[in-house]
Design a protein around this ligand. Structure first.
Ligand SMILES: Nc1ncnc2c1ncn2[C@@H]1O[C@H](COP(=O)(O)OP(=O)(O)OP(=O)(O)O)[C@@H](O)[C@H]1O
Length: 572
């Protein structure tokens, strides 16, 4: 049950069960010395009340047994530590790896719908929350419950009337904590949402600080952020209230056990159906037996809260993956779109698109903003799967190929370049790990990077800062092009790859590309018609449909949308 509830691995589930068994054993061993002490008191009380004439010879034996039991406790606690703490960290580390692996196989549509900081919280925060539950809460909780059941049986057998007085408050109190679990889960979810919104706010503030300053909106933005942070405090408080109220009530109910033993025991002693030593024995038990439940109820609350984390992990786990064959038996690298339809969240973007981007040719996708150009190019690389129709690479349906295998055939340059806080050399080498320094430099030369790299303080070994903050937009794009060239994949997708460059740099990069991209399938997306003027084929997209297709010359003659876009940019 625990395995299913907490989505544990086979090993994790086995180890957790061992941890619970060790905790139970340790708790039982801990209570036995108390029982022996009680038996000694029992003997003394019998002597005082005159029911026994002398101190039993068993007392030294009890003392030796106590010492032996403490040794056993030491061993079981070591076992408990070994099987809970170490295993909990292993389990959560494995869980993070499994989640990261899962994310790797999910379609990009999943990331579009999910908030990225939510995912980070799930991988880091939720796993840490569960670490505590496995290492501490669950073994202690079950250990206490099993120990109570064993003790309760003993108490009921000795005297069922006082036994019931002690036992009954426990399930009642546990029910109170259990009943509060929904309110608790709600408060926990709200708390997580509030924290995530505040985290996003801080992140957005840092990302957009330049724009906020330039629009003099910083103060206004910070006021909004302050509200979000205040809300986090409120939610955190509410999140404490729900389990706090339940556990306090539960502890209050437990105290009725002692009162009940006092009242019922007093009555039974007065009625002559209970001996005074037995009465004192139950009073001692009633005073001590509830102690572990104080922390136990808090642990119960913690376990219920952790179920919110488990739910979020299960949601990721249940998301269907993009699957496919590990081999791609394509014949050549023509990319063919056959009546492709695609929607983002039910909103149609491509409406029956058909065209072929031939190997050895440059195919340009042009059209008004939002017409679906980037979407079409990303569908070719299986960032998403088409809703209907087919996209083939060398005759193989891209949907039938596992994304990583398919991706080996693609090199992509986007307008929004992502660079790492690393040296120029390593940022370019990302295109092909294992490439030699000379190969990296050759790719950089082809992408017209040499000139600006030579101006950097340590040349190729210069660290370019977070996302290449030390470089201009055009320079970052050239690094990204160098990276794609180094990958040397048979299909190249250039999505506004030269948009941040000045006309002179763009021409230089294009000249270099035209030699290097020979025999490859090249799909170019550009808003500047000048960029695509030398393309072999132009596909004009308009509102998700192909409105015209042909060479630049044919389309100019046709005097349709392409000619109109060219004229607009020439200012005619
Ligand atoms: N991840 C996404 N989730 C939801 N809608 C999206 C997503 N990406 C794009 N869209 C929407 O799909 C439509 C087509 O977008 P796409 O980026 O393919 O157009 P485009 O022709 O490349 O535009 P542009 O020239 O401005 O880059 C737009 O209306 C856009 O808002």
């Amino acid at each position: 049950m625990l395995k299913r509830l907490f989505a544990l691995s086979d090993q994790g589930s086995k180890d957790l069960n061992k941890g619970i068994a060790a905790t139970t054993l340790s708790n039982i061993c801990l209570i036995i010395p108390s029982s022996l002490l009680i038996m000694v008191i029992w003997e003394l009380l019998n002597v005082i009340s005159g029911e026994s004439s002398g101190i039993s010879e068993y007392i030294p034996v009890f003392c030796i047994m106590t010492v032996v039991l403490f040794i056993i406790v030491f061993c079981t606690q070591w076992l408990q530590y070994n099987k809970t703490y170490t295993v909990a960290y292993e389990e959560s580390a494995n869980r993070r790896i499994v989640l990261a692996e899962k994310l790797r196989r999910l379609p990009l549509s999943f990331f579009g719908q999910k908030n990225l900081s939510d995912l980070t919280t799930t991988i880091m925060g939720d796993c840490t929350a569960l670490e505590r539950v496995f290492s501490n809460a669950l073994p202690q909780l079950f250990g206490t419950i099993f120990m109570f059941i064993i003790t309760a049986i003993g108490l009921l057998v000795m005297d069922w009337r006082l036994g019931l007085c002690i036992v009954i408050p426990v399930p009642v109190a546990a029910l109170v904590v259990f009943a509060a679990r929904k309110a608790q889960a709600k408060a926990e979810s709200a708390n997580m949402d509030a924290k995530r919104a505040a985290y996003d706010g801080v992140q957005e503030y840092l990302d957009t600080i330049q724009e906020l300053k330039s629009c003099s909106r910083e103060e206004e933005y910070l006021a909004g952020l302050e509200k979000k942070l205040d809300y986090v405090v409120k939610c955190s408080f509410r999140n404490e209230i729900a389990p706090g109220a339940a556990t306090t009530t539960a502890q209050f109910i437990l105290r009725f056990g002692l009162v009940a033993v006092l009242l019922v025991g007093g009555y039974l002693v007065a009625a002559g159906s209970l001996t005074i030593p037995m009465f004192i024995l139950y009073l001692i038990f009633a005073g001590r037996i509830y102690d572990p439940f104080t922390s136990c109820f808090m642990l119960m609350a913690e376990v219920f809260s952790s179920l919110v984390s488990v739910k979020r992990m299960k949601q990721i786990d249940a998301t269907p993956e993009q699957t496919g064959s590990n081999v791609c038996n394509n014949k050549g690298f023509d990319i063919e779109f056959k009546n492709v339809h695609f929607s983002y969240n039910e909103e149609p973007v491509l409406k029956g698109v058909s065209f072929t981007a031939k190997q050895g040719e440059v195919t340009a996708l042009v059209g008004p903003s939002g017409s679906g150009k980037s979407t079409a190019s990303k569908l070719a690389a299986r960032f998403w799967d088409a809703d209907s129709g087919q996209i083939t690479l060398g005759g193989v349906d891209v949907k039938s190929v596992e994304p990583e295998t398919l991706f080996k055939n693609f090199a992509i340059v986007f307008q929004d370049v992502l660079l790492f806080d690393e040296t120029v050399m390593e940022n370019i080498r990302l295109g092909r790990s294992g490439a030699t320094d000379e190969e990296v430099k050759a790719a950089a030369r082809a992408a017209q990077c040499e000139e600006f790299i030579s101006r950097l303080p340590q040349g190729y070994q210069t660290n370019i800062g977070e996302n290449g903050s030390a470089l201009s937009g055009g320079e970052r794009q050239r690094i990204s092009i160098a990276r794609a060239l180094l990958k040397n994949a048979p299909v190249i997708l250039l999505d506004e790859a030269t948009a941040s460059m000045d006309a002179e740099s763009e021409t230089l990069v294009q000249d270099a590309l035209s030699v290097l991209l020979k025999d490859k399938t090249v799909m170019v997306i550009a808003h500047r018609m000048r960029t695509v003027a030398n393309a072999d084929k132009i596909v004009v997209l308009d509102d998700g449909k192909v409105s015209e297709m042909g060479t630049p010359q044919e389309l100019m003659k046709k005097n349709g949308l392409y000619a109109h876009l060219v004229a607009l940019q020439r200012g005619k």
